[in-house]
Design a protein. Structure first.
Length: 294
């Protein structure tokens, strides 16, 4: 699967849910009400108000979601881990109920700084930090810049943002920056060969557009240069790392990292794609097992 398909399948949660409701066989990831998993809290990071959910007690765990998602994407994992961990699920800036700046300069490394500010706010010196897709890229950048803040790192469905990778979705970003609703932009820019959604699916996607700010989503993509990484720091990495991804999510892109990433374990979840992997029981089990060992 190409990077275009990977991002597309992950961020278009409404399409997946709509497909389920009209009878097709696909992954279910129904939206849930804000605050329904854990207590809702807010804090400031460099003038931007950010929201997070928290639940449980024990060793701290921080969860970072993917692009166009929110803290609610972690419902299953948060319910599981909060049995014996203190879990914090962040709405990254530009997403969920956090502020949504339209300036690309307010993203990039600021998204790492938001995690650091959250940790300082809740008085957590070190944590298990888990990210998926965009969230995984934030974790990788933070692992490069602040390894001392980790108990361990879990990176799902991401090899990090790299120079040159900011061009592949430029048409989608241009449409979003112009204010096109996310659902329409995803339909217009869908990968070649992917069928258009039905009218029932389109209606559901439009309903979910209300939670999105297209210009903020575009600004986040445009600010990714501030999250660019290279492989060099990971050759001497000392933080325990789990890299986890689906067997249908271009697993070949992880081969190069396997060869150089010190202190890292790689797990491929059988039969899942980019969007369905974090909902998989195998994903939850692998993360829990990894945290138990670290």
């Amino acid at each position: 699967m190409s990077r275009v398909c990977a991002l597309f399948h992950f961020c278009v949660v409404p399409w997946s849910l709509a497909t389920t409701l009209v009878g097709a066989q696909t992954v279910q990831r129904a939206p849930i009400a804000p605050g329904s998993v854990g207590a809702e809290r807010f804090f400031k990071s460099d003038g931007v108000t950010l929201r997070y959910l928290t639940a449980g007690a024990g060793a701290p765990v921080i969860l970072l979601h993917g692009w166009s998602a929110s803290a609610e994407m972690w419902q299953g994992l948060m319910q599981n881990l909060s049995r014996d961990h203190q879990v914090f699920a962040l709405d990254c800036r530009g997403h969920g109920r956090s502020d949504k700046p339209h300036d690309p300069a307010q993203y990039g490394i600021a998204m790492v700084n938001d995690v650091l500010q959250l940790m300082d706010t809740v008085r957590v010196k070190q944590a298990h930090i888990i990210g998926y897709s965009m969230g995984g890229s934030i974790v990788l950048k933070m692992l490069e810049t602040h390894p001392e803040r980790f108990l361990s790192a879990v990176i799902g469905g991401s090899t990090g943002f790299r120079p040159g990778q900011d061009l592949w979705d430029s048409t989608l970003v241009k449409d979003l920056a112009g204010g096109m609703p996310l659902s329409e932009a995803m339909i217009v820019n869908r990968p070649s060969g992917m069928p258009a959604p039905s009218e029932a699916q389109r209606d559901m996607m439009r309903q979910m557009d209300a939670a999105q700010d297209s210009r903020a989503l575009a600004a986040q993509r445009q600010g990714n240069s501030g999250l660019f990484i290279t492989d060099e720091p990971f050759k001497t990495n000392r933080v325990p790392v789990l890299m986890i991804y689906g067997s249908l999510d271009s697993p070949e892109r992880f081969v190069a990292l396997k060869a150089i990433f010190a202190n890292a374990t790689f797990v491929e979840v059988s039969g899942t794609g980019h969007g369905s992997t974090p909902d998989s029981p195998a994903f939850v089990a692998a993360v829990r097992d990894f945290l138990a060992r670290h």
